[in-house]
Design a protein around this ligand. Structure first.
Ligand SMILES: [Fe+2]
Length: 294
């Protein structure tokens, strides 16, 4: 078998370990945060909210919306996003830095914006943040805010200081000066018991987690299979260039750990940024998750 450096494909069949007990992603529903005074309903349908004329560095935000089990994705989750511009100003007349959009049928979404600036709330700056409303179709709306790791105003902000770790995300510098971040969301809704996940091939293989994030020299994919299959794993960048793929290998049903590192098939370290891991189940792409390399 050809040596594969990023994903130890040689180890896919042989060293993928059946885990001693069921592994669940560390799971807490995403908590709510205040709506604040600057929400405007009926924002345009778009996931590129950075205006064309804006000069600030682009921030690519991606993630997956899950049900409360942090495992089953919410198909076609709805997102409504608003934020200040890079100088900390909201557009309360028009719809700059505002947009509504729908995640795909695997719960994956992407947003193109800029890092929001800070603004004064009384005598104190609020930390940089992005407001979101997220819901499963016809489900209750979660209103929350996203913060950025290392912001010195988080500890002194009455709302940000209450945010759990999952709402304070690290950013990675990517190509062309862009920043990348991953924000996964777990709604409080229970996963439906009868859905496309049940009996559908998409539910037969699930990338449960990719840890750690950002990925360093060593990491692990947790893969869950409802039935045995030939599995291939592929890594793409956000513009669709493939950097790695494993030859299909047979896996039994159950939970598997598969090693992952930050190198391509030639052994070269991948550039910092967001990548997409695809799980291919008997020749069909059945799950995809984004992960960060720094
Ligand atoms: Fe705000």
């Amino acid at each position: 078998m050809k040596r594969r450096d990023l994903l130890k494909a040689g180890a896919v069949g042989a060293a993928a370990m059946l885990m001693p007990k069921v592994v669940r992603a560390q799971c807490d529903p995403t908590s709510a945060d205040i709506e604040g005074p600057f929400y405007t309903p009926n924002a345009p349908t778009r996931n590129v909210i950075k205006p064309e004329a804006a000069f600030a560095r682009t921030l690519f935000l991606t993630g997956t919306v899950y049900y409360r089990d942090c495992d089953v994705p919410v198909a076609n989750a709805q997102l409504d996003v608003w934020q200040a511009d890079e100088n900390g100003a909201y557009d309360n007349v028009g719809f700059n830095y505002r947009g509504t959009f729908t995640a795909d049928d695997m719960g994956n979404y992407s947003l193109e914006t800029v890092l929001p600036g800070k603004y004064l709330n009384g005598s104190q700056f609020r930390p940089r943040h992005i407001h979101l409303k997220i819901n499963a179709p016809d489900g209750p709306i979660l209103t929350t805010q996203l913060y950025f790791a290392g912001d010195e105003h988080i500890p002194v902000d009455p709302w940000a200081s209450e945010a759990e770790e999952g709402r304070v995300i690290p950013l990675t510098n990517g190509d062309g000066g862009a920043r990348h971040g991953v924000f996964n969301i777990s709604l409080r809704d229970e996963a439906p018991t009868t859905s496309v996940q049940q009996g559908h091939v998409k539910g037969d293989a699930r990338i449960v987690a990719i840890n750690p994030q950002p990925l360093g020299a060593e990491g692990v994919i947790l893969l869950s299979l409802k039935r045995a299959a030939n599995i291939e794993l592929r890594v793409f960048d956000v513009v669709g260039q493939r950097h790695m793929s494993t030859p299909p290998a047979w896996y039994n049903a159950g939970q598997h750990k598969i090693r992952l590192n930050n190198r391509d098939e030639q052994g070269l370290k991948l550039n910092a940024g967001v990548y997409i891991l695809q799980a291919v189940f008997n020749g069909m792409v059945v799950d995809a998750k984004r992960f960060l390399i720094n």
